[in-house]
Design a protein around this ligand. Sequence first.
Ligand code: HEC
Length: 130
Amino acid sequence: MLPWLCSCPEQGRPVPPAKLTEQLAQGKILYEQSCAQCHYDGAGNPVAPDLRGSSVLAEPPQALARIILDGRQGVSMKDGKKLNGIMPPQAYLRDEEIAAVVVYVREAFGDRRDALSPAAVAEIRAGLKD
Ligand code: HEC
């Protein structure tokens, strides 16, 4: 099993709508500050993959949190070809911030609305230190 999928206590639980609304609003601001310089409005930068239509957004939210914490290199595809780019880790973001940006990106670019708790992000962060 993939390491970031092992324990996901909040998955499947209904999310209070107020909490989701708060994460979406915070996540939008964080996206503009920390992601948009490379990922633009979800598509269109020749040196960063499109988030709209990204297969990562079809995976559980933990997959995206892990990319933010750990960065990504030599994996992503763009227009059917390997991009061979480098995304530096954005681990300076706090657990709450990563949770919020994950919720926002999945909704804005993947039409998926589900929660990710800061505790789940902390768990992935701890797992990466092993
Ligand atoms: C400095 C530029 C840069 C920043 C900042 C950045 N990224 Fe990336 N991102 C990239 C590059 C380049 C790749 C492709 C890496 C590769 O080729 O494997 C990537 C890959 C990704 C992928 C994988 C997409 C796919 O389909 O393979 C996701 C998801 C992603 N980034 C989300 C984010 C989010 C969310 C943020 C903000 C928290 C962010 N990125 C910040 C440059 C950046």
